[in-house]
Ligand binder design. Structure first.
Ligand code: ADP
Ligand code: MG
Length: 647
């Protein structure tokens, strides 16, 4: 069985709709171990024929059997396998990977073939072509002849059965050309089949058989007089049957290395392409940190309000059969005696005009009892609170909130000064700690006075408006709430089914309200994040498309030496993933710094949670894979020879 058998092979190119027939029906067969030269004038179709024989291109019609297998029936993986194991191709233009050492160039086909000992073997092969001292040189640091010798070593990487060489000496000086031909002869002597395209008769003279091509037809098939018999095949010939290479870590590492090389070679462009992801991830992390900080602060404030507190007040609406009934002093006493109740603070408030010297302000006045500071964890930070005795005798003493202090006194010391509330003189005995704003209300714009003073002297009321009830523990809140209702119905003679006019609230309802708000906020953040990551992903896709078209020749080469579609797809996916991975990392650093900058300089709380980091990171890598897929697929579908011809 001949190694290569071709029947009625044609190739017709299409240029702008017109058919250009190049091969017009070629038939030939080549035995294993032959040294064949293909000669003919430029444009006669030699390269076209060699590319079809080398499985880089497909014929338009006719049959091509390689070691008895019909090549038309091969799928992508099988073709890649044959390109990698059975065939070694040497190009006129060398086609080495730029910025890659000779050693790695030679090792590349072994990556696709999944050979573990590829660096050793690569060293060995470079020794064979006399380049032991140039292992780490990149193509740009080698002469033309040396580059072609690297290319020959690469073609030999997986111990192929056939070497195809398309004008391998076309770009070389005579001396170097002779060296290359000697090496091809030596390979042939060791049993390899060598097929060389050339237009140099001197080079054709090296061959035992010369095929003359003219206008796409085989004109002459000349066996040279001193033709050696094909060398016996010394080594165990590699099988032409297909074994799918297993997924290898080495291949993965090679893709990652070449991706990093490509990224590093275009630093500015890579940076610009990850900018979108960087900003997106940074924004998400910073916003989540600030949002979370705000939520924590809010929760802390709620807790400081007292999660074991109940607010009780009577309303006029739906007041049952008896109309509006105020909370009486008897009610307050009864409330204070309920089980699990540790303190009660009846209180009232209203608006007043406060005057000090020539300054005045409108503010609210809170009448409270001495239970207030402990219950609300709001002890005067300057001065003192009033006593129960002062409350009972309606003493005219007041504590000021921060806002009132600022408005009336500026930097002066208010303690001991007399202010007037609705024209009644009060002595300032203390200053309350700052609480900050809650919603639209400034909680520091307040004056605190004894409850009895407020009711009788300022507000003109008889009963407190509401009562804070403190339970011994948060868990007692619901029990006490029920007990308060029962107490109210008993004392005011309301039947349970009549409903009462008492509102009893605890902080759970406020908490629910706030957590609803923070859910909305999280949703909005999520939308912003999604949009920014989408934009970032488009940036990456853009650069990947540029990268694919820029590296079309590289892709063609990789496929020519045995990369399957899957391998190319994987390589470009890894590349886009690395880009978005780097973008994600930088984004996390950015978001982190912004969050901490804000909490440091603006005094905002910011908490970077590990989940938000993981989330942003996972998303950015996902974006890389998602948006890298299209360019990667585009690259993987390129035909090797078209990609190699790409300019
Ligand atoms: P050579 O014998 O010099 O190697 P080629 O096989 O490269 O010749 O080309 C043979 C003919 O086919 C030339 O006339 C060339 O113009 C044409 N040809 C080669 N490649 C293409 C292509 N991709 N599209 C259209 N025509 C092509
Ligand atoms: Mg040619």
């Amino acid at each position: 069985m001949p190694l290569i058998e071709v029947r009625e092979l044609t190739k017709t190119y299409r240029v702008d709709g017109t058919a250009v027939p190049v091969l017009k029906g070629i038939g030939l067969s080549i035995e294993e171990g032959e040294f064949v030269a293909i000669v003919g004038r430029s444009g006669s179709g030699k390269s076209t024929l060699l590319q079809i024989l080398g499985l880089l291109d497909r014929p338009s019609s006719g049959r091509y059997l390689l070691a008895g297998r019909d090549t038309a029936a091969l799928d992508d993986e099988e073709t890649a396998f044959l390109r990698s194991r059975t065939i070694g191709f040497v190009f006129q233009m060398f086609n080495l990977l730029a910025r890659t050492s000779a050693l790695e160039n030679v090792a590349l086909p072994m990556v696709y073939a999944g050979r573990p000992d590829r660096l050793e073997r690569s060293r060995e092969l470079l020794g064979l072509v006399g380049l032991s001292d140039r292992l780490d040189h990149a193509p740009s640091q080698l002469s033309g002849g040396q580059q072609q010798r690297v290319a020959i070593a690469r073609a030999l990487a997986n111990a192929p059965r056939i070497i195809f060489a398309d004008e391998p000496t076309g770009n070389l000086a005579t001396e170097q050309a002779d060296e290359i031909m000697r090496q091809l002869e030596a390979l042939n002597a060791r049993g390899l089949t060598v097929i060389v395209v050339t237009h140099d008769p001197e080079i054709a003279a090296h061959a035992g058989r010369v095929l003359h091509i003219k206008d796409g037809l085989l004109e002459k098939d000349v066996m040279s007089a001193g033709r050696r018999a094909p060398a016996p095949v010394a080594r165990e010939a590699p099988p032409v049957q297909i074994a799918r290479p297993p997924f290898s870590l080495a291949a993965f590492a090679e893709y990652a290395r070449s991706a990093l090389r490509a990224t590093a070679a275009n630093k500015t462009r890579s940076f610009l392409s990850i900018l979108g992801i960087l900003i997106g991830v940074g924004a998400v992390i910073a916003m989540l940190a600030i949002g979370r900080g705000a939520q924590k602060a809010m929760e802390a404030r709620i807790r400081s309000l007292g999660s074991n507190l109940i607010i009780v007040y009577a309303t006029a609406g739906s007041a049952g059969p008896h109309g509006f009934q105020p909370i009486t002093w008897g009610d307050v006493r009864a409330l204070s005696k309920l089980p699990h109740v540790t303190a009660v603070d009846p209180n009232s408030n209203g608006q007043v005009r406060v005057v000090y010297g020539n300054k005045n302000a409108d503010t609210s006045v809170d009448g409270v009892t001495p239970a207030y500071p402990a219950m609300h964890d709001a002890h005067p930070y300057y001065g003192r609170f009033f006593t129960e005795a002062e409350n009972l005798r309606m003493a005219r003493v007041a504590l000021l909130g921060q806002t009132v202090v600022n408005e009336l006194f500026g930097h002066a010391d208010p303690l001991g000064k007399t202010i007037t509330l609705n024209r009644i003189g009060f002595k300032v005995i203390g200053i309350m700690p700052a609480k900050g704003a809650s919603g639209f209300r400034d909680q520091d714009d307040v004056i605190i006075v004894p409850l009895m003073t407020a009711l009788r002297r300022v507000l003109g009321q008889t009963y407190p408006f509401m009562v804070y009830v403190q339970c011994d523990d948060e868990s007692a809140v619901s029990g006490v709430t029920a007990a308060v209702h029962a107490l109210w119905q008993r004392r005011h003679h309301i039947l349970p089914q009549q409903g009462d006019n008492l509102v009893v609230r605890d902080l759970t309802s406020i908490k629910e309200l706030l957590s609803g708000t923070s859910k909305t906020m999280t949703l909005l953040l999520g939308i912003v994040a999604a949009i920014s990551l989408l934009v970032g992903g488009i940036g990456i896709m853009n650069i990947m498309l540029v990268s694919v078209s820029e590296r079309t020749r590289e892709i063609g080469l990789r496929k020519a030496i045995g990369a399957s579609r899957r391998a190319v797809l994987l390589q470009f996916l890894i590349e886009s993933t690395i880009l978005s991975f780097l973008g994600g990392l930088a984004g996390i650093a950015l978001g982190w710094s912004v969050a901490f900058g804000m909490s440091h300089f603006a005094g905002w709380a910011a908490i970077v949670s590990p989940e938000s980091v993981m989330l942003a990171f996972g998303f950015s890598v996902g974006v890389g894979i998602l948006f890298g897929f299209w360019p990667a697929r585009k690259a993987s579908l390129l035909s090797p020879i078209e990609a190699l011809r790409y300019e």
